[in-house]
Design a protein around this ligand. Structure first.
Ligand code: HEC
Length: 102
């Protein structure tokens, strides 16, 4: 009986301890809904937000121009994004200027 009582007190004591606050801070990329400013940003905004958010693009690692060219080609050929040749070139310029390794 005594043992149970002691166990009860220990349990009560533990429950009285302050619960450490769980940190909510995490290092995530900014939740961007728009493309940051850069050359041809208007063309990018007009062509790249119909099917997914800007995050789909901005969350990618910094990619070289050739990879961005292939990515835009994929959007056009595989996902049927209605992007003309002229706009595609402008979009690659934007991505190479703002989201490529130095
Ligand atoms: C016609 C619809 C459509 C348009 C317009 C579009 N995309 Fe996509 N995009 C997709 C789909 C579908 C996916 C795959 C989504 C998934 O995996 O959940 C995707 C995925 C992506 C990805 C992730 C990597 C990958 O290959 O899956 C990137 C980067 C991307 N798109 C860039 C762009 C850019 C830049 C533009 C503007 C030039 C664009 N997209 C316009 C449909 C589109």
């Amino acid at each position: 009986m005594k043992a149970i009582a002691i166990a009860g007190y220990v349990l009560l004591g533990l429950m009285a301890l302050p619960v450490p606050a769980i940190s909510q801070a995490m290092d995530l990329p900014p939740d961007a809904a728009v493309f940051p400013d850069g050359p041809n940003v208007k063309t990018v905004t007009q062509n790249c937000l119909a099917c997914h958010s800007a995050d789909m693009v901005l969350d990618q690692p910094l990619l070289p121009r050739a990879t961005w060219t292939a990515e835009i080609t994929k959007m056009r050929n595989v996902y049927k994004a209605p992007i003309g040749d002229a706009d595609a070139a402008l979009i690659v310029d934007y991505l190479a200027a703002t989201h490529a390794p130095p």
